[in-house]
Design a protein around this ligand. Structure first.
Ligand code: GLA
Length: 709
């Protein structure tokens, strides 16, 4: 909700208030924190003669911290002097060519003007129930071209320097591992230089101190950078936006440049701020059509066959998938061109008929089994060994006179070229039309090097690539509104709100090991809803780690996201298939709670176990999973509490073992939240006692029987 009272603009979310003051030629942040019911005396928050908390920062005056904005003028100078020229509640101008949050048309619009440069800077603040969005753009009203060298989407200044800075970092197979460090004087940075949001550093960032957490993200899939700087005057400045590394953008007279939208939530603790961010993404980022639409249980053959499959093999896995109650079969890599391994054919999106026996009829046959049909593509890539490369070497991203750098034997297409974008839209459309695919897994298996397009200025390349990608995704999602696109980038290498605007779910990681997934999924769930995280049960021993885990443990962990199975189901024993059938039936019964319920991370302070609890919005039903990491003898201290249950209700508590549900008793929500249920016996529940490194999991169901208000 937005309100204007005198010089103040009050932006209200359900649990927080953001208060802006616009006076004379300045606008500043006066308050951002727990919700205020009254503004009486707000003037007392400003100290006379001291600069307030800036909404952006420019170079050329007396502020020598990192600026959020740097513009080089035609004469080579780089000073700016943006002054407030108007402040009002207005219609939100959506960023051109970039995805953005939806659900609110109005914003607080602050317009600044630099009279010497004749440039306008517009900041737009929108309020949702869950948090806030900021979108900024520059408009060149002068007769000269200027160069934007940095332009952050969002600046958040706060008093105090006692914050911690939390980021979610990793690599292939270990995405979004949580790291927290104190923000001592100086700077902490969370950035990508890989061209995409990357496995290395997810754009999700938390700034926290006792009683306050600010959770920040960007609706962007390219090089991002969030930096927090604590200075000697006792303030902290956080700026988040396009990474200024190798970025410079020429803005000609009359042109506008939009920064990607920034999103920010507040919470009195990390749990609240993260819950608000998850809900903001679920409500205002994920495509409307998929917002509360239950995601299908899929079966993918990738880890079961890799590239070596025949039509018969695919059909036998699909048959097994239909028998166990799955809803979607996904044909992964290897169905096109002459793709028998990863050395060829990317770009040749034509049927490898000798292998598939005809892709259209294969899809039809699978559909005949009662399954939906999905297909894998990696549309942004090109193999040097491909018909596409031979016909159109100019489509490839490379620098004249240099050998391009292959990764996984592949190069990238130059998405800054209109012809290439048209080629991709055409190729993907043909595959969807030919197979009637209801799902597309959109993969992206390398980082960017060789950034060059003949008609693109060097510093614009990274961003123009992402704009090209968004143009393609907009065209395809508009053309095929019913197709479910799942994002993927060697697992979760491009898991960000930008991609989520087009693709409601993303493959979280190529690492399907249950033990490893606990950290990957709980890190991801800090800022992304469960319904966005692809999570599959795969074979044991695990393909990536060699760890063995029971089918039940693998299922328990995969229930933390959108459930799928990724193994050769046709090779499973009848007992295993029976167990999987029961798992899928159970998942369907609790699917809406697991995919769209409120997520609560469960964590042992001593790190001996971790887990999650997903509770329906009305708190009448919940599913929890706890995972104990290590077997120790005489472990009486292993006990779990269940934050997230309604403390005023009574719940029937059940443990699900195999297909059996065993009632433990009825307890008050209060007791279950504050007390601790012993986990003794958990080590005996697995049939994997002989194995090294198993994970010990237990699934609890809570059904509300009574409410005492
Ligand atoms: C990537 C994906 C996998 C699989 C392979 C296919 O690694 O993350 O899930 O699709 O590509 O080559």
């Amino acid at each position: 909700m937005l309100k204007n009272k005198g010089n103040y603009f009050i932006l209200s979310a359900d649990g927080s208030t953001l208060l802006l003051k616009a006076e004379g030629e300045r606008a500043e942040l006066v308050y951002f924190g727990e919700k205020l019911s009254s503004l009486a005396g707000a003037d007392l928050l400003a100290a006379a003669g001291e600069p307030g908390l800036g909404l952006f920062s420019q170079w050329g005056k007396t502020d020598f911290r990192e600026p959020s904005l740097l513009i080089r003028h035609a004469d080579g100078s780089a000073s700016s002097d943006f002054r407030l020229r108007s402040a009002r509640i207005a219609r939100r101008v959506l960023p051109e060519g970039l995805p953005a949050s939806y659900g609110e048309d109005r914003c607080v619009r602050l317009e600044f003007f630099d009279p010497a440069a004749r440039l306008a800077l517009i900041l737009q603040y929108a309020a949702y129930a869950e948090g806030f969005s900021v979108s900024a753009y520059l408009e060149n009203n002068s007769a000269e071209t200027v160069t934007i060298e940095r332009f952050a989407s969002l600046q958040l200044e706060l008093f105090g320097t006692d914050f911690s800075f939390t980021t979610f970092d990793g690599a292939w197979g270990s995405e979004r591992q949580r790291h927290t460090r104190p923000l001592v004087l100086g700077k902490c940075e969370n950035a990508s230089y890989a061209g995409s949001s990357s496995h290395f550093h997810n754009p999700l960032t938390l700034l926290s101190r006792t009683g306050e957490t600010y959770c920040v993200n960007l609706v962007y899939s390219g090089n991002h950078r969030t930096a927090a700087e604590a200075d000697c005057s006792g303030r902290t400045r956080l700026i988040a936006g396009i990474n200024p590394f190798s970025f410079s953008w020429k803005l000609s007279p009359g042109e506008k440049f939009f920064a990607p939208e920034g999103i920010v939530t507040f919470g009195a603790g990390e749990a609240d701020a993260c819950r608000n961010m998850r809900n903001l993404i679920a409500e205002h980022i994920v495509p409307k059509a998929w917002k509360m639409r239950e995601r299908p249980v899929l079966v993918n053959h990738w880890e079961g066959t890799y590239f070596s499959f025949t039509r018969e093999k695919i059909l036998s896995i699909a048959r097994a998938a239909a028998e166990v109650g799955a809803e979607l079969f996904v044909l992964d890599d290897g169905w096109f061109g002459r793709r028998d391994d990863d050395t060829s054919s990317l770009g040749d999106w034509t049927d490898y008929a000798e292998k598939t026996g005809g892709i259209a009829s294969l899809a039809e046959e699978i559909r005949g089994m009662g399954l939906k049909f999905g297909i894998w593509m990696e549309p942004e890539m090109i193999s040097p060994d491909s018909e596409l490369f031979r016909a159109h070497p100019e489509y490839c991203m490379r620098i004249p006179g240099r050998e391009p750098v292959p990764m996984r034997n592949q190069l990238m297409l130059d998405l800054t070229d209109r012809k290439v974008r048209e080629f991709i839209v055409g190729a993907v459309s043909r595959v969807i039309e030919e197979t009637g695919a209801e799902y597309v897994k959109w993969d992206y298996n390398r980082y960017m090097t060789d950034c060059f397009g003949p008609s693109v200025r060097g510093g614009e390349y990274f961003h123009r690539y992402i704009l090209g990608l968004y143009e393609i995704l907009s065209a395809l999602t508009e053309k095929f509104p019913d197709v479910l696109f799942e994002g993927c980038a060697s697992g979760g290498g491009r898991f960000d709100p930008g991609m989520l605007c087009f693709m409601p779910q993303i493959w979280t990681s190529d690492n399907t090991d249950a033990r490893e997934r606990v950290a990957i999924q709980s890190g991801t769930a800090c800022g992304y809803p469960q319904s966005t995280m692809g999570a599959h049960v795969s074979a044991s021993p695990n393909e990536q780690t060699g760890n063995r885990n029971s089918l039940e443990t693998r299922f328990h962990v995969a229930c933390g996201g959108v459930l799928g199975y990724e193994l050769d189901l046709s090779a499973c024993t009848p007992e295993e298939r029976e167990e999987i059938r029961a798992q899928i039936a159970f998942y369907k019964r609790y699917r809406s709670v697991l995919q769209f319920g409120e997520y609560f991370p469960l964590k042992d302070p001593a790190d001996k176990w971790a887990g999650y609890l997903s509770v329906s919005k009305d708190r009448s039903a919940a599913v929890a999973v706890v995972a104990v990491f290590e077997k120790r003898t005489s472990e009486a201290g292993l006990r779990a509490g269940f934050a997230g249950l309604d403390e005023k209700a009574l719940y029937r508590v059940t443990v699900r073992r195999g297909a059996k549900e065993e009632e433990l008793g009825t307890a008050s929500g209060e007791l279950l939240v504050k007390g601790k249920i012993p986990l003794c016996g958990i080590f005996a529940e697995t049939d994997e006692r002989e194995n090294s490194n198993p994970l010990y999991t237990r699934m609890y169901l809570f059904e509300r029987t009574e409410v005492r208000r």
